[in-house]
Design a protein around this ligand. Structure first.
Ligand SMILES: *[C@@H]1O[C@H](CO)[C@@H](O)[C@H](O)[C@H]1NC(C)=O
Ligand SMILES: *[C@@H]1O[C@H](CO)[C@@H](O)[C@H](O)[C@H]1NC(C)=O
Ligand SMILES: *[C@@H]1O[C@H](CO)[C@@H](O)[C@H](O)[C@H]1NC(C)=O
Ligand SMILES: *[C@@H]1O[C@H](CO)[C@@H](O)[C@H](O)[C@H]1NC(C)=O
Ligand SMILES: *[C@@H]1O[C@H](CO)[C@@H](O)[C@H](O)[C@H]1NC(C)=O
Ligand SMILES: *[C@@H]1O[C@H](CO)[C@@H](O)[C@H](O)[C@H]1NC(C)=O
Ligand SMILES: *[C@@H]1O[C@H](CO)[C@@H](O)[C@H](O)[C@H]1NC(C)=O
Length: 498
């Protein structure tokens, strides 16, 4: 098939828009130049569709089974398991609940430098039946085929925001690192540190084949009218949340924005340093942006609630309670996990692996990668099932944020001293993602990949590094990013896709 040739590529965007328009306009005729490509695809589609549907059904069975049984088993009527554990978890996570500087230095010995590759996000064929718009289509004659065609086509037309180039642009950054004090953690506001070189703030990501619209606050809010954007993940997810809050407010004080954490149970537990997350609402457009802290995305249940040194059952196949409880309120969900799946963290948190509600045979310390794969796979499969009953929801799994420790690790003198932008190059052009795990778990599902690994990997100069707030000291942080900075670009790419 000549799907990748230049002519097709030039038309992809048009066809994409056409296909979308077609859905909206319920097949009012349009888009002549797409018809050839579409009919050329037709045969393959029918074949692949059958394959896609079957393979989907087989792979999702066990999760579905879990979902059914668990809801009758441990969810229903069990406030104990769905409410308490998250609070306790806060206290069992030492590095998080302790001093803020400590918290930012996330341990990660499980993941060494990532290798580089890329691919377009995949779209599941079954979506045609689970999408509200498409339900209409399914009623019209031949529509099942048409909508299948649409989503098949999308698979090829979804452009690769991860391929492109960093270019100097003096209109950056989108907000000042001296501002946004209500949301931006002081440790990530590099403008407040001893650092004197801020050239890293001035680069804009320009995708190769697709457009990344300029960010405009009021346009963003209008688009997000009555909508909720949720980030769930580790501290890197929190950075993306803070970045979006700063982008959406322009870093201005914005006292009118309401703290609605209570609606999501995001309140500070007794003895905790901070709540497990934050939620804010922009009253002008009724837009809510929230973040929930979860390093593993699965359910953590202490085995003995009255024992402060209890082991914690990590239920590899259960999405965390917060996700199950609030999913119906979200319009956009961005998940991430990765940097906490390592021996030090497992030991420190006293995680013991559980599957199907019973102690798993997996070795807690030796089979961490397998455990992680099992969790992310289960969660994505579960979400894929949920998406059919949540037609307005869009789910993204963010790929791994790269770290740049050299000559050591986070805890033994590793550092990232380079301050020259783009000394590792400015371009990404690859067919696969640099995060093969996320790439493979979303394949064939309706969950999309937010692929930021390779483009972020070029920006080793944009970490907080060894610069501290004047008068304090600490090691190098070559994992988290300065804000404003790289996570702003992740949000730009996210917003272009919703
Ligand atoms: C926080 O960490 C410091 C050492 O960095 C320790 O002395 C202190 O007891 C810890 N506090 C809590 C609440 O764990
Ligand atoms: C979508 O495209 C990717 C690569 O572009 C491919 O690997 C994947 O199998 C396709 N998905 C489906 C459902 O055909
Ligand atoms: C705000 O949006 C939510 C949906 O996200 C809706 O349920 C609610 O009624 C809206 N509130 C107002 C005041 O419009
Ligand atoms: C739970 O922990 C408490 C306090 O350490 C202990 O007294 C109790 O025996 C434990 N319960 C079980 C079932 O192990
Ligand atoms: C990840 O888990 C899924 C589901 O359990 C499995 O099919 C796949 O082979 C695993 N991949 C790796 C690399 O272990
Ligand atoms: C896929 O389609 C079948 C048949 O319409 C439906 O029963 C099932 O719920 C769908 N699954 C998803 C995830 O959309
Ligand atoms: C990526 O795809 C292009 C064509 O689309 C091909 O020419 C190139 O060899 C591929 N590169 C890799 C590394 O697979």
């Amino acid at each position: 098939m000549k799907l990748h040739d230049e002519a097709t590529r030039l038309k992809r965007r048009d066809c994409y828009q056409f296909a979308e328009m077609k859905l909206r306009n319920n097949f009012l005729s349009r888009g002549k130049h797409c018809s050839f490509v579409m009919s050329a695809l037709a045969f393959t589609i029918v074949v692949l569709w059958a394959w896609g549907e079957n393979s989907f059904i087989t792979t999702s069975q066990s999760v579905q089974a879990w979902y059914r049984t668990s809801y009758s088993g441990f969810m229903v009527g069990s406030t104990y398991s769905s409410v308490i554990p998250d609070t306790v978890k806060e206290n069992t996570e030492k590095t998080y609940s302790n001093s803020s500087t400590k918290e930012e230095t996330v341990k990660d010995d499980a993941h060494s430098e990532v290798t580089l590759t890329y691919a377009a996000s995949t779209i599941n064929f079954n979506r045609s039946k689970s999408n509200e718009n498409s339900k209409y289509l399914a009623q019209t004659s031949g529509a099942a085929f048409e909508s299948t065609l649409y989503f098949y086509f999308l698979n090829f037309s979804a452009c690769s925001y991860g391929n492109g180039e960093w270019v100097l642009d003096d209109s950056q950054p989108l907000y000042s690192g001296f501002g946004c004090k209500r949301w931006l953690s002081a440790t990530w506001a590099c403008r407040l540190t001893e650092r004197t070189d801020f050239s890293y703030e001035r680069y804009r990501w320009v995708p190769k084949d697709c457009e990344l619209p300029a960010f405009e606050r009021s346009e963003f809010l209008k688009r997000m009218q009555d909508k909720t954007i949720a980030f769930i993940g580790d501290s890197l997810g929190r950075q993306q949340f803070q970045s979006l809050m700063c982008m959406a407010t322009g870093g201005e004080e914005s006292p009118e924005i309401k703290d609605v954490g209570k609606e999501y149970g995001l309140v500070k537990a007794k003895g905790a340093i901070r709540p497990n997350g934050w939620a804010y609402r922009f009253p002008s457009t009724n837009t809510t942006i929230l973040y929930y802290w979860s390093t593993s995305l699965n359910e953590l249940l202490p085995l003995n609630m009255s024992d402060p040194a209890t082991e914690v059952a990590m239920h590899l196949d259960r999405p965390l309670a917060f996700l199950r409880n609030f999913l119906h309120l979200f319009d956009v969900l961005v998940l991430n996990t990765g940097h906490h799946w390592n021996r030090a963290k497992v030991r420190e948190n006293r995680w013991v692996m559980y599957k199907d509600g019973i102690r798993s045979e997996l070795d807690n310390l030796k089979e961490i990668d397998t455990a992680k794969n099992y969790t992310v796979h289960s969660i994505v499969q579960w979400l894929d099932l949920q998406l059919s009953s949540h037609p307005r929801l869009k789910v993204f799994f963010r790929t791994m944020s790269p770290r740049h420790f050299h000559n050591g690790e986070w805890n033994n003198g590793g550092s990232c001293v380079n301050t020259t932008p783009l000394s590792r190059g400015s371009k990404v052009e690859q067919n696969r993602s640099s995060d093969p795990i996320v790439e493979s778990i979303v394949r064939g599902t309706q969950v999309r990949m937010l692929d930021i690994t390779a483009l972020s990997d070029l920006r080793d100069e944009a970490h907080r590094s060894h610069y501290n707030i004047k008068g304090t000291s600490g090691g190098s942080d070559c994992l988290h990013w300065c804000l404003p900075g790289i996570p702003d670009t992740w949000n730009m790419i996210l917003l272009a896709q919703i």
